[in-house]
Design a protein around this ligand. Structure first.
Ligand code: NAP
Length: 294
């Protein structure tokens, strides 16, 4: 069997198109320009690339884009002051503080300073709680992207056995909530789970968000299962070069799975567009407008 390759780039391009149309409509009908602020502390090269891409995508969609770059040794009080300033700025509807933050900064304190209405990464306790109660407008971007891919490639997931490997606040926990809300039977696994290959073999849909290159092997996958690889790992490619791989042994897994996301070009492509979707939603809710139909 050769799996259907889930084309995240194509799905992301379709959503991006709809967001651009909606942003143009907001501008002409309400003179409203969605605004996204990114905050980066320090100069981690990967984070710089992520933040630059977010800014560029926002601008390409006609959003206002603000970038705040702070030195790695910035005091927590200065960062908190900057976040509060952005929270008070009416032209900024979404604020993304790029994680991880330097060790001397308490991430929880920074999240607590964020206005939940502008928390487009949906990491504040308020947005996590709203998701739990089924009332969230802003949903964590990568899990939201995964749900869109499942909707497009699998359709109704009612009753399906779904395994999520990884229980982070950023991905695993919100993904499990969304899958539950879609009526799947959800199993969460993590570093203390016993006999992960056996748990994995039961899954109709396997979602890996571990951060361990190619850890999920082909013989962990039930034949015909859908495999969603969230992992992004940079590994040595020989000759002084590096390459990106996921958490799944893609080359072997694609001969067993029914459908699979590649890395890159799968889940990652959706994340940034879902961030733009959240910014659009935030702009609407902060201006008393109905949620955009995308
Ligand atoms: P994280 O916070 O480090 O969480 C990793 C999770 O994997 C933890 O829950 C951990 O379990 C679990 N884990 C670690 N080793 C394991 C093992 N041997 N067996 C089973 N579970 C294990 O990472 P994250 O932020 O969720 O990200 C995970 C991966 O997704 C990373 O590669 C990251 O780069 C990628 N990512 C991609 C996107 C995207 O846009 N595509 C977005 C976000 C993240 P414990 O809780 O027990 O420690």
């Amino acid at each position: 069997m050769t799996a259907i390759i889930i084309d995240g780039k194509a799905s992301a391009a379709k959503l991006r198109e709809k967001i651009a149309v909606e942003a143009a409509r907001l501008k002409s009908a309400h003179d409203l320009q969605p605004g996204l602020a990114t905050v980066l502390v320090g100069n981690d090269p990967a984070s710089e690339v992520y933040v630059r891409n977010k800014g560029k995508t926002a601008e390409a969609l006609g959003f206002k884009s603000v970038h705040v770059a702070l030195a790695a040794d910035t005091a927590q009080t200065v960062l908190l002051g900057k976040v509060r300033e952005l929270c008070a700025d009416k032209s900024v509807h979404g604020i993304l503080v790029q994680l991880p933050l330097p060790k001397h900064i308490d991430e929880a304190a920074v999240l607590d300073a964020l206005d939940p209405a502008k928390d487009v990464d949906a990491l504040t306790p308020t947005n996590a709680g709203l998701l739990l109660s089924g009332r969230a407008h802003l949903v964590s971007c990568t899990p939201a992207g995964v749900m869109l891919l499942l909707k497009e490639y699998v359709g109704d997931i009612t009753g399906k056995d779904v395994l999520v490997i990884g229980r982070s606040l950023l991905f695993g926990k919100p993904a499990a909530q969304l899958l539950l809300a879609a009526n799947a039977t959800v199993t969460m696994a993590h570093s203390r789970s016993r006999d992960l290959p056996a748990i994995a073999r039961r899954a109709d849909i396997l979602v890996a968000a571990i951060g361990k290159p190619e850890m999920v092997k082909a013989d962990w996958i039930k034949p015909g299962a859908t495999v969603i690889d969230v992992g992004i790992n940079r590994v040595d490619a020989g000759g002084g070069k590096t390459k990106l791989v996921g958490d799944v042994d893609y080359d072997a897994a694609k001969d067993v799975a029914g459908a699979i996301t590649p890395v890159p070009g799968g889940v990652g492509a959706m994340t940034i567009v879902c961030l733009m979707q959240n910014t659009l939603i935030a702009a609407c809710t902060q201006n008393g407008l109905p949620l955009p139909k995308l």
